[in-house]
Design a protein around this ligand. Structure first.
Ligand code: FES
Length: 105
């Protein structure tokens, strides 16, 4: 199934170094601003579904608020359990909006 880009947020709504959970087109995602570049991952932690958008975010990594697994928000890689990465989503900036690719439902 192919992905399609969906309008997700205003660029100005997320400053560098910040992240948050969003819901678009029936998908829960976590959106992050890493030094002015936006990245999106699934909001559900691969461990037990913790909301990654609410995690502690520093140096391009988000730490799950439930048990602290850390994920690289660019690659989805997990420091604690490399075999359990989180899914990443392509992001495009169109004007003053952030668009994120999600699977078509
Ligand atoms: S639910 Fe995320 S580390 Fe446990």
């Amino acid at each position: 199934m192919s992905d399609s880009f969906v309008d997700a947020a205003e660029v100005a709504s997320l400053s560098p170094g910040q992240g948050r959970s969003i819901e678009i087109a029936g998908h829960r995602l976590a959106l992050f601003n890493v030094d002015g570049r936006f990245h999106a991952i699934d909001d559900d932690c691969p461990h037990r579904g913790g909301p990654l958008g609410a995690g502690w975010f520093e140096n391009g990594k988000v730490h799950c608020p439930l048990h602290g697994w850390a994920f690289d928000v660019v690659t989805g890689g997990c420091d604690v359990r490399p075999e359990r990465p989180v899914r990443t989503h392509a992001v495009e900036i169109r004007g003053d909006r952030v668009w994120v690719a999600v699977p078509k439902k």
